[in-house]
Write a protein of this length. Sequence first.
Length: 340
Amino acid sequence: MVLSHSWVKPLLVLVVSLVVGWFILRFIGKISWSDVGEAVTSISIAELLALLGLLLLRQVLNSAPIHLFTPGLGVRRAVMSDLSANLAGTITPPPGDVVVRVAQFKTWGINPVDGMAGATLNMLIFYGARFAAPALGALVFCLHAFDGGRVVTGVVCLAIAVAIIGLLVAVLRSDAVAEKLAKRAAEAAKIVGAKVDEDRWVAAVKDFRERIGRRLQRGLGVAIGFMLLAIVVDALILLAAVRFVGLGPDAAPWPVVVGSMLLAYPLTILPAFGLGVMDAVVIASVTDVISVDHESALVGAAMVWRTVTIFGTLALGTLAMAWWRVGARRAGKPAPASGV
């Protein structure tokens, strides 16, 4: 029996809410919320600007793959496209982010098919880097103290990352693999009730392979490197927040904070970028090493990190969207109404 689409989203939200609640109760102890408030409000304007600077660096690194794989796009436009798509995807129903990307590619004189191929590769490479991050996190954590469990976690996640990237390379090197994957994806979509034209899916995957295969083979390693750097900068934003709320190197060693963050990074695959679940796991991992007395300050730092990386990204997306619209108007190519 196939579930109706109307049941899928509420069921997913309920399950995620229960999991978030369980993680918070399980992994975070008794918190002094007055101490959390003091930690958050202790952040100065200069420190906030420093965090926003790191956020902008993260966005530049994060958009590198789409820049590398989309001819004529450039770094500035790649960052604008990513920020605008994130904003559209957050405040409008699907496929709002795709509509905005296509409209931008058209006003910039870029073939939308090439642009969306680059955007798709950007997403796939992020999935690979997301699961490679724990391997780097285990190495960083071991700079403080060796932990076999964390090393095993890193190795397992690295294997998943290699499988993801290996599958992507195989699809782009073989028509047979691409066709087989497309058919299986179509079958999976039908299971959840989606109406799918299998032949069109196969044709789309083959077209994608032809358009992007050579570019991917030349720039795959560089793109993964940039994406991993973006994830590391994300961890550095959290580390900076930890320092800004008053936890120095002795109270919270940097390998523990950064390593814990990278080890938990695959949890960003959950809705809202793992909000709640990932935060609880990172805080529990850090307090497992340092004094539990610093737990409230760590919660405050996590709140600052979330505020900067979520609302800061949306603010940058708003600026990027406005900049694009003004530029399109001046070029005599009015931006189509997108609802954003």
